[in-house]
Design a protein around this ligand. Structure first.
Ligand SMILES: O=P(O)(O)OC[C@H]1O[C@H](O)[C@H](O)[C@@H](O)[C@@H]1O
Length: 489
């Protein structure tokens, strides 16, 4: 039960659902207007009712659309070229060497995952080396690590925020400003050391970012779907605009696949239906994402946002309370290391789970001596062998007499695999997950494109901060009030 597409393959054998059963399930669960909704999504016409806007990330599958989005100015490629070539000079005349992306959620996870995964595909059009760093955490923990290793005169900060109002990002920017000020004044800093990426042009202007350093994208691109937009700048800085374009091409190929292939050959559609089947029929509430290639180690956290923020919902499209299970808990980690940590529970623990194994069949290492190349190729085979073995054990189980050697198995899994990890296959992999999430949202009749739970949490945090800062005397509950007193002391 293997489906092949241009850049991505899926083996569903160990789901234990044959194609006839899947067809029956699809007939029951896919709504009649699914084709229409899918077409709307791919054309950027699907309507996100609660936020009163369309959903347009699929329009960003070509570099042309990315660079002309928002303010219609082609700044993206120029910025990428100058920074990568070492031609972008800081305010004191020194070339920029480090770029720090400050953003959180969709403005962090996608760019970070993509830059890490695709590093080796960098178009090396110059000898200049640019290091890209990521700072997202509200507590400043990452600034502690990054600030000591970069120099204000040779560092550029990307302020990446769709809304340009996220407190985590603004708090990091504020500290950065305090760190820079002894070296560069505000005018110097803003003129050469900041790029804004946002859907909120006015806020970038109000902040003082010069127009030539503002990159825009459409309000209708959701944060968790934004790595294809200018939010993907760190990826383009890492690999170059051409390779970034190839990633978009891979996603576009997956869009076409999703649009045109029948159920029997449709990767995202099968992933979605099997996921719903596992959730509803087998009552499994979680999915472990297990990449077997170190370059994809940030995939689980990326998919946590993509899936859980989209389909972790209790209200349906019409605003009614939902009384059936919706999106599962997504978790996971780098497979080979997981084998030495949490896999024990997967093989013999009490809980039900399903898994997505992600494997890369081969990896070239042309820059190394032949003997080292040989060693690395062998290691890739070793990882694939382990992936295949563990997924077998999880599905078939094993019994060797003694109870301690008993493995129940029956844990369903997908194997997503690519011949080689390339910008295209990476783009196709991520787009396949996007379409899976969309399809499941349609099946569960919920809006996958809003996040009211997140908004509520932000509001409550503001109220607590008011009290911590001594600006409000609101009382909450015994535990919170006690901790507030401790912090204030
Ligand atoms: O890009 P921003 O507007 O700063 O938003 C960053 C993130 O924060 C929010 O709380 C949302 O839940 C995420 O979907 C979003 O990606």
């Amino acid at each position: 039960m293997i489906i092949e597409s241009d850049f991505l393959n899926l083996d569903t054998t160990y789901q234990g659902v044959d194609i006839d059963a899947l067809r029956d399930f699809a007939a029951k669960r896919l709504p009649e207007n699914f084709d229409k909704l899918r077409t709307q999504l791919l054309r950027g016409e699907f309507y996100n009712a609660t936020e009163d806007r369309h959903v347009s990330h699929c329009l960003n599958r070509s570099i042309h659309n990315v660079v002309t989005a928002g303010n219609g100015k082609n700044r993206f490629c120029t910025i990428v070229r100058e920074l990568r070539a070492g031609k972008w000079l800081g305010a004191t005349g020194k070339p920029i060497k480090d770029v720090v992306n400050i953003g959180v959620g969709g403005s962090d996870l996608g760019p970070m995952m993509g830059s890490f995964a695709l590093k080796e595909f960098a178009d090396d059009n110059s000898l200049h080396h640019l290091s890209v760093h990521f700072v997202s955490s509200m507590d400043g923990g990452q600034l502690y690590a990054v600030l000591p290793i970069v120099d204000p005169e040779t560092t550029l900060f990307i302020i990446a925020s769709k809304s340009f109002g996220t407190i985590d990002t603004l708090a990091n920017v504020d500290t950065v400003r305090k760190w820079i000020e002894p070296t560069l004044n505000q005018e110097q800093w803003l003129s050469r050391h900041v790029i804004g990426v946002s859907a909120n042009n006015q806020a970038m202007t109000d902040f003082g970012i010069p127009p030539a350093q503002q990159l825009s994208f459409a309000e209708s691109v959701g944060g968790r779907f934004s790595l294809w937009s200018a939010i993907g700048l760190p990826i383009a800085l890492t690999v170059g605009s051409n390779q970034f374009g190839r990633m978009l091409e891979g996603a576009k190929a997956m869009d076409d696949h999703f649009a045109n292939e029948p159920l029997e050959q449709n990767i995202p559609l099968q992933m979605a239906l099997l996921g719903v089947y596992n959730r509803e029929v087998r009552e499994i509430n979680n999915l472990a994402v297990l990449p077997y290639d170190g370059r994809l180690r940030y995939l689980p956290s990326y998919l946590q946002q993509l899936d859980m923020e989209s389909n972790g919902k209790q209200v349906d499209f019409e605003g009614n309370a939902i009384d059936y299970p919706t999106g599962p808990i997504i978790w996971g980690g780098f497979g080979p290391n997981g084998q030495h940590a949490f896999f024990q529970h997967l093989h013999q623990g009490y809980d039900k789970f399903c898994a997505d194994f992600v494997a890369v069949l081969k990896r070239a290492a042309p820059d190394f001596e032949p003997a080292v190349q040989e060693g690395l190729a062998e290691q890739q085979r070793l990882a694939v062998a382990n992936c295949l073995a563990h997924r077998r054990l999880m599905w078939f189980g094993a019994e060797n007499g003694e109870a301690r050697n008993h493995y129940i198995g029956n844990h369903p899994s997908n194997l997503l695999f690519v011949d080689e990890l390339t910008p295209q296959s990476f783009g196709a992999l991520i787009a396949a997950y996007e379409h899976k999430v969309f399809t499941q949202g349609v099946i569960w009749n919920l809006n996958s494109f809003d996040q009211p739970g997140v908004e509520k949490g932000k509001k409550l945090a503001k109220e607590v901060l008011q009290v911590l800062d001594g600006n409000s005397a609101t009382e909450f509950d015994a535990s919170t009030d006690d901790l507030v007193r401790r912090v204030r002391r």
